[in-house]
Design a protein around this ligand. Structure first.
Ligand code: FAD
Length: 564
């Protein structure tokens, strides 16, 4: 399908633009990113780059013509491809009629296997585009995120925050008569289950409102693309494998002990373990360490790498470690677990070259792997256990797509949302939207929180000449008023153009502020453009603004810099 070249809108006031000069002519080969033409608005001139690689098959508007914004001015496609007026349907030909009848004979336009973030988002977007959609879900809609992941953990972490606030109250002049507290895990689990139910019922309601069918069961896709659930068969033009992921296991002696829990199990515990060993100090590991530490467990994190949450910027990881340790969490980095021994209802975690760690229970949180159940007969190409997809999220089989955790590209719920949406559009309207996930933010909901997007400082230095701006929350009015001054915002920008390459935050509201940073990056807004914006005062997000100013050496609430 040809890619449209449109007259861009270069500013809110721009209504039309003039084509100054096409730099290519019809029939020329063009590469993505290559300059195609020069345009002019009432404010500026700009060179327009090709958004796809191919042949410039049609120029609709010539040099000198003035064109309203968003109007199509040309097409890039395959050599010989026909576009524009010629593609407008006139009358349906006999063979097309036959094709249409066969199409309608299928039970659905799209079948989605898995009702998690990728699957439910895909089904709803497909229905918005007019498709008849079926979702097959083996456990409960909402998937890992709503039932066993993002939402349950954040419900527990809210309790942890309340506990921290109770502990903190006295320091701020709030005298509680009895500062002792206990955690009722039955009630805690019930609250979590109610939150989950509210959200999963919400998804079911959305399905009903969009006329999406949803059936319970394991979906199995046969090699003719028929989908089987128990003894029922369903057909569709497009199949979406959104089966997500499951807990990754390690093959060491003792791992099968019932006292070794997964993140699914720990969220169902009705008693707080006196001591808890956390195997893996990644995002899930540190979040659950924080929660169970505040519930009263003695927590030890065992992490193979030299720092916790190794995906974070190094400085962020250091501040996090300090904060977790200050709360009494023991952290063993560069530590390899060799085996586990269960004795008299307790576990001994045997580490290579280090002292044993003895705990009541252990959490295995070393990552997740794609769930491929039901796809075995399809002949999908895999890459390190993940379903291989192209930039349209299509697998090696035409008409079969695989968004979300199952392709392992970015195992986050909001990345799954985007992939699901994109798949719906490509499946229903033809492959035209390419996946772009570079400015996907990520967050860790510890206290203090972490937010990150783009390159870390180390990675950015490897590739670019960079400037780094940093602003500590210790200089932010709202943070001081809230007594939440630990942490900072770090902005990494390209030295020459000021383009933001990465933002790393540890501190209050980091998971919220990072969305602003991600938007700046997606919109390619430079630090000097951020400097022209106004941030409300007092807000935590002023720290992002000041960090951008610091890239320019112009932060107002930082002392004068020498030699900057
Ligand atoms: P899933 O959510 O795994 O959904 C797949 C669905 O498919 C499941 O419901 C499954 O039952 C179903 N299924 C599988 N096979 C079949 C079959 N053959 N037939 C029928 N149904 C099938 N991400 C964030 O962005 N933020 C967070 O804070 C966050 N916290 C997390 C905390 C934990 C403890 C965990 C484990 C994960 C967390 N994640 C978080 C990751 C997030 O949950 C996933 O990235 C997201 O759920 C992926 O969505 P998905 O639709 O691809 O897969």
């Amino acid at each position: 399908m040809a890619t449209e070249i449109i007259m861009p809108k270069l500013g809110v006031d721009m209504q039309e633009g003039q084509i100054i000069e096409w730099k290519k002519k019809e029939g020329d080969e063009v590469k993505e990113g290559e300059i195609l033409l020069e345009i002019m608005s009432d404010k500026t001139n700009m060179e327009l780059e090709a958004e796809a690689t191919g042949t410039l098959i049609k120029i609709l508007k010539k040099d000198g013509e003035t064109v309203p914004v968003t109007e199509v001015i040309g097409y890039i496609g395959k050599k010989g491809e026909v576009v524009g007026e010629e593609t407008k349907p006139t009358e349906v030909k006999e063979e097309e009629k036959e094709e249409k009848t066969e199409k309608n004979a299928k039970d659905y336009d799209i079948i989605v296997i898995g009702g998690g973030p990728a699957g439910y988002y895909c089904a709803i977007r497909a229905a918005q585009l007019g498709a008849r959609a079926l979702v097959i879900e083996k456990i409960e809609v909402g998937g890992t995120c709503l039932n066993r992941g993002c939402i349950p953990t954040k419900t527990y972490l809210k309790n942890a925050e309340i506990i921290e606030n109770i502990q903190h109250a006295k320091k701020r002049g709030i005298i509680l008569k009895d500062e002792k507290y206990t955690v009722d895990m039955d009630k805690t689990v019930d609250v979590k289950n109610n939150v989950v139910k509210t959200l999963t019922n919400g998804i079911k309601g959305l399905f009903r409102s969009y006329g999406i069918d949803c059936i319970h069961g394991v979906g199995k896709v046969l090699n003719d693309k028929t989908v089987v659930v128990d003894d029922k068969k369903f057909t569709a033009d497009k199949i979406v494998i959104a089966t997500g992921s499951k807990v990754s296991k390690i093959n060491i002696p003792g791992i099968e002990s019932k006292l070794v829990l997964t993140s699914d199990d720990i969220l169902e515990l009705r008693q707080v373990p006196e001591s808890l060993g956390i195997i893996g100090g990644g995002v899930v590991g540190v979040e659950l360490a924080q929660a169970f530490n505040s519930f009263g467990s003695n927590v030890t994190i065992i992490e193979m790498s030299d720092r916790v949450v190794p995906s974070c910027d190094e400085e962020v990881s250091q501040v996090l470690r300090k904060s977790l340790e200050s709360k009494g969490i023991k952290i063993l980095t560069s530590s390899k677990l060799n085996s586990i021994e269960e004795k008299e209802g307790r576990l001994t975690l045997k580490l290579e070259g280090k002292e044993d760690v003895v705990v009541d229970k252990a959490l295995l949180s070393i990552g997740r792997v794609p769930e491929l159940e039901g796809t075995e007969d399809l002949g999908l190409t895999l890459e390190r256990g993940r379903i291989k997809v192209d930039e349209y999220m299509q697998t090696n089989i035409e008409g079969v797509y695989a968004p979300g955790d199952v392709n392992g590209i970015k195992m986050l719920a909001h990345a799954a949302f985007r992939m699901g949406e994109l798949v719906a559009e490509n499946a229903i309207k033809g492959n035209h939207r390419k996946v772009k996930l570079a400015s996907t933010p990520a967050a860790v909901y510890t206290m203090p929180e972490i937010g990150m997007v783009g390159l870390t400082e180390t990675k950015a230095r490897e590739k670019y000449d960079i400037s780094v701006g940093k602003f500590n929350f210790a200089g932010n009015g709202r943070a001081i008023a809230s007594d939440e001054t630990a942490g900072f915002v770090k902005v990494i920008a390209d030295k020459k153009y000021g383009e933001i390459l990465g933002v790393h935050i540890i501190g209050p509201a980091a998971a919220e502020i990072i969305n602003e940073a991600a938007t700046l990056m997606e919109m390619e807004i430079t630090v000097d453009e951020v400097a022209k914006t106004i941030h409300g005062h007092p807000t935590f997000s002023e720290a992002l603004y000041e960090a951008c100013l610091d890239v320019l050496g112009e932060a107002i609430h930082l002392p004068k810099k020498i030699n900057k």
